[in-house]
Design a protein around this ligand. Structure first.
Ligand SMILES: Cc1ncc(COP(=O)(O)O)c(C=O)c1O
Length: 275
C-alpha cells in the first residue's frame, strides 16, 4: 500500500484550520492502529483508550460508530497498513483557556506499514538509552496525547537505522518506556513492566500482553524498573501496536539472546489476531 488517504471530519482532505488547538497547543489525542485485511487490529482497545483520554482531557468522546464506519471505509481492501485516528479540541481562538463547548476535529488517515527488517522479530533489536528524560505529570500519564516533544527530542538523538528504538527514563533515572513502545523485563519466567502513573503512554499492546499473560498464567508485575533490572533480566521486550513485540538483543551494555518468552508471546499474539 503506497497511497495515503485522509478524512477530516468525515470528508476527504488534508487541511485543518490554522486556529485548531491540536496545532496551537497539541490539545488532543491520537491512536495508531495496525491494519490487516481491511480491519484495524485491537480496535476496541484503541477506542477505549481514546475514550479514556477524552475523559482525562475533558473532551467530548467521539461517536464509536462514526469512527468505526469511517475507519472501515478507509481500510476496505487494504491488506496491510497503518490507520491513524486523531482528535483535537477543535478551534478555540487565541489563549490556552479551553472553549466551554468544544467542537472537536476528527482526522482518520491511512499510511503504509513501516518497513522493518524481519530480523527485528527473530534476532532482536538494539535498544539505546536516550538522554532526554520524560517529565512527571500524573494528569497526563498514560494518555496518548498530541504533546510528543519529549519523544521528538529523544528520537533526534540518533540516526542509525540499525537501532530502531531508544529507551526513555524519568528524571530520577527510572525506566519508563521506549520512544514509541512499552518495555517488559522477563525474569524467572515472569514479566515486569514499568508503572505509568507519573509519565509514559499506556500502550494498547502493553495491555494486550498483560491480558495474554493472565490467560497463559504467566506472572506479570507492574512496578518500578531500573536500568539494572533490564541489565539483569533473562529477556527484554518492547511492544507497540504496529510491531507487536520485538525482543531486545542489546541494552544497557548487555547482550541478550531472544528467548522463549518473546517467541511464546509473539506466537500467541499472532494466534489472537493482535498483530
Ligand atoms: C511514547 C509511546 N509509548 C508507548 C507506545 C505504545 O503504544 P501502543 O501499544 O498503543 O502502540 C507508543 C506508540 O506509539 C508511544 O508513542
Amino acid at each position: 500500500m503506497t497511497t495515503t488517504r485522509v478524512l477530516v471530519d468525515g470528508s476527504p482532505g488534508l487541511s485543518v484550520r490554522a486556529d485548531d488547538r491540536g496545532l496551537l497547543y497539541g490539545d488532543g489525542l491520537f491512536e495508531t492502529c495496525a491494519l490487516r485485511d481491511g480491519r484495524p487490529l485491537l480496535w476496541a482497545r484503541h477506542l477505549d483508550r481514546l475514550a479514556l483520554g477524552c475523559q482525562r482531557l475533558g473532551l467530548p468522546a467521539p461517536d464509536r460508530e462514526v469512527l468505526t464506519r469511517e475507519s472501515l471505509g478507509l481500510c476496505a481492501a487494504v491488506r496491510r497498513g497503518v490507520l491513524k485516528l486523531l482528535l483535537t479540541r477543535g478551534r478555540g481562538g487565541r489563549g490556552y483557556r479551553p472553549p466551554a463547548v468544544p467542537t472537536p476535529t476528527r482526522i482518520v488517515s491511512l499510511h503504509p506499514l513501516p518497513d522493518y527488517p524481519p530480523s527485528f522479530w527473530t534476532d532482536g533489536i538494539e535498544l539505546r538509552v536516550c538522554a532526554t528524560p520524560l517529565g512527571d505529570n500524573p494528569r497526563l500519564a498514560g494518555v496518548k496525547h498530541l504533546n510528543r516533544l519529549e519523544q521528538v527530542l529523544a528520537r533526534g538523538e540518533w540516526d542509525d537505522p540499525a537501532v530502531p528504538e531508544g529507551l526513555m527514563l524519568d528524571t530520577r533515572g527510572r525506566v519508563v518506556e521506549g520512544t514509541m513502545s512499552n518495555v517488559f523485563a522477563v525474569t524467572r519466567g515472569g514479566l515486569l513492566t514499568p508503572a505509568l502513573e507519573r509519565c509514559g503512554v499506556a500502550g494498547v499492546m502493553r495491555e494486550e500482553v498483560l491480558a495474554l499473560a493472565a490467560d497463559l498464567a504467566i506472572p506479570a508485575r507492574i512496578g518500578e524498573v531500573s536500568l539494572a533490572d533490564l541489565a539483569a533480566a533473562d529477556e527484554v521486550l518492547v511492544t507497540n501496536s504496529l510491531i507487536g513485540l520485538w525482543p531486545v538483543r542489546r541494552v544497557a551494555g548487555r547482550s541478550l539472546a531472544p528467548g522463549p518468552m518473546a517467541r511464546r508471546l509473539l506466537e500467541a499474539l499472532r494466534r489472537r489476531g493482535a498483530v
